[in-house]
Design a protein around this ligand. Sequence first.
Ligand code: ASP
Length: 448
Amino acid sequence: MTDVQVGKGRMSLTVQIMIAMGAGLVLGIILNLIGNDFINTHIVGGFFGMVGRMFVNALQMLVVPLVFFSLITGVAGIGDIRVLGRVGGKSFGLYMLTTATAIAVAIVIASIVAPGNGFVMEGIDTSGVTGSEAPSVWDTFANIVPRNPVAAFANGEMLQIIFYTIVLGIAALMLADRSKSFMEASEYMNELMMKIVEIVMHFAPIGVFCLITKTFAEQGIGLFLPVLAYVLVLVGALLLHLFGTLMLFLKLFSGLSPLIFMRKIRPAQIFAFSTASSNATIPVTLRSVTERMGVRNSVASFTVPFGATINMDGTAIMQGVATVFLANVYGVDLGLGGYLTVIGMAVLASIGTAGVPGVGMVMLTMVLGQVGLPIEGVAIILGVDRLMDMIRTAVNITGDAVVTTIVAKSENKIDMATYEDPMAGVMDDDLTIDPEAEERLAASVHAE
Ligand code: ASP
C-alpha cells in the first residue's frame, strides 16, 4: 500500500493537499477571469491572502527553533567532531556539484532551443527595475561567524545560526556529563517542535488551497503567452534536473531507489511549491527525510537547513535559462567566457542568499550586471516569475534532500528498513489528545 490510503479508508494528507491544490488552481483561474475590484481586494488579496499567509507564518515560526534544537541533538548524536567535519565537507561539495551541473545543463538546453530569438518587446515596462550588487564571497564567508547570535536568531540568518549552534553543540560535548540535562531538554524541545510541525501540517490542505487560489487569481494564465518559449524551456530544464540529473546522482552515489525517494519527498515538494520558500519548507523537508526515509537526525539536522540556504539548483537553472533568453532578446553573444561567468556567479550567489520567495530574481540581476546584459530585462520575465519560483523551489528542496540521503548513506546514517517501508512516517490521525494522560499531567503539575 502506498501513502494514498491511510487508516479506515480515509484519504492521506498528501492526497488531501493535492486535491486542495487542484481546487485552488481551478478557483484561482475562475476568480482571475471574473476579477473585479471587490474580489481582488477582499477575497483574493484579503481572505485568501490572509489564510495563506497565516499558514506560511506558522511554518516559518518553526524554522529557527527547530533548526536550533535538532542541530544541537544532531551534533551530540554524531559525537565525533571529525565526522561532523566530514558531513560538512561532503554536503558542501555535493551541493556545489549539483548546482553547477544544473546551471550548465540549463545553459546547454537553452542555447540549443534558443528561446527569445525574434522576441518583440512591446508593452513591457522596463523602467523601475533596479539591480543588485553581488555580495563579495569574502564577506559572505566572514559573516558566517555571527557577531551577535541573538540578532542572527531574530533575523533567521541560517548560516550564522548553524555556525553558532554547532559551536554550542561541540562545547556541550566537551563538557560531557555536565551537559546531560541540557541535552535531554534539547531532545525534548526537538520532539515538541516536530509535534508542532505535525499540527501545522494538518492545516496544510486549507493553507495550500488558499495560497494556490491567490496565486492563480492574481497571475492568470494569459501572462505566459508573450514569454511562452522561456517558460517552456525553463520548466523542461527544471523537470529534467528533477527527474534526470538528481535521480541519477542519487542512484550513482548512494544506490538508493529513486522511485521510493520521489514518493517520500512529495509532501515537501508540495509545500515548497505552495510557499515558494525553501526556508519555510525546512520543517517539512526535515520530517520527510528523517521520519519517512530514515535518515538520522545527526546528518539531516545539519544538511537540510544548510542546503536550504546554500543549495539552489532550480534557481540556478532559472538564471541560466533567463540569461540565454535575454541575451537572445537583446541580440548579445555572450560567448563561452560569458556563460562560464554565469555559472560561477550563480553558484556563488546561491551560497550567500537565503531560500525565500523571489530571491532568485535578485540574484539574476547580479548575474546580468556581471555579464553586461541590461538589468531592465528582468521586467520581461517578472510577470511569470511567481509560478516559476514555485516550481524551482520544489526542485531546490529536492536537491537538498538528495544530497542529505547521499551523505547519510555514505556515513551509514540511514535506516534502510524505514527507507523501504512505504508507510513509514505517513501522517495519520495521531493528533488526538488522551484525556486521561492530560489529567495525569495536570495533576502532577499541581502536586509540585
Ligand atoms: N524561492 C526560492 C527558494 O526559496 C529561491 C528563488 O529562486 O527565488 O528556494
